[in-house]
Design a protein around this ligand. Structure first.
Ligand code: 5RP
Length: 234
């Protein structure tokens, strides 16, 4: 199965978990785009959803699909947020921010009663950091000084979009920090966040209630309490 087919299946399984009506957090990324399309289809069929997008790109797609959207200011009462991830550990901790949206994603995640993460199986690893660097969003002022502090944890590279530094929706830069396998992601997140200039990290520890994994073996729901079941089973 190719990655896009797996992403679509995970997104469809997430759509099946949605309440009859309510407020949905919309993550960012290629997997989440499949999910937003599913929500658009459900709204077209008459389901009463409104949504909080986590990026301009997700807002644009949702708008084009006529999904009613709440404004960016909050507060919101979000029933469930569906988002992607770049890496998922066996503890269901996450690295996010490959699309540069981790700050908004973390805010929406925190204000959602349930968080569902959708991934293809290529995102799975034993320990975070085995496959991906940790994206850290920093303020532009003094960013090279902040990067020097970040480099204590691994090589820290400023993210670029073509010839210029990538700028997040909130006007900041991102450094991707090559930590290698992380033994204590909670502690590392704390350490990053104590550095002046750091806005947010892509480490999401204990923030996934359900991870939907799609791959050659089918689609499975991995619950925080350790249960694993095929999609569709109740
Ligand atoms: C964006 C994210 C994405 O959810 C993450 O990068 C996964 O993206 P994709 O579904 O395209 O692989 O965290 O900031």
């Amino acid at each position: 199965m190719d990655a896009d087919a797996a992403k679509r299946l995970a997104a469809q399984a997430a759509a099946d978990l949605m309440p009859e009506e309510g407020v949905i957090g919309l993550g960012t990324g290629t997997t989440t785009r499949f999910f937003i399309n599913e929500v658009g289809r459900l709204v077209g069929e008459g389901r009463k959803f409104s949504a909080v997008p986590t990026s301009r790109r997700s807002r644009e797609l949702a708008t084009s699909l006529h999904i009613p959207l709440l404004d960016d200011s909050g507060p919101w009462s979000i029933d469930v947020c569906v988002d992607g991830a770049d890496e998922v550990s066996t503890e269901l901790d996450l690295i996010k921010g490959g699309g540069g949206a981790q700050t908004r994603e973390k805010i929406v995640n925190r204000h959602s009663r349930q968080n569902v993460i959708i991934v293809d199986e290529s995102k799975l690893s034993r320990r975070l950091g085995e496959k991906r660097a940790v994206p850290v969003e920093v303020v532009v002022f003094g960013h090279r000084a902040t990067a020097a502090a970040l480099s204590r944890f691994g090589d820290a590279s400023l993210r670029f979009a073509a010839d210029d530094p990538f700028v997040t929706d909130s006007g900041n830069y991102i450094y991707d920090v090559e930590t290698g396998p992380i033994s204590d992601p909670v502690e590392l997140e704390e350490e990053f966040r104590h550095l002046p200039g750091v806005i947010e990290t892509g480490l999401f520890c204990g923030r996934a209630d359900v991870v939907i994994v799609a791959g050659a073996g089918g689609v499975e729901l991995w619950h925080r309490d350790g249960r694993r079941m095929p999609a569709g089973a109740r």
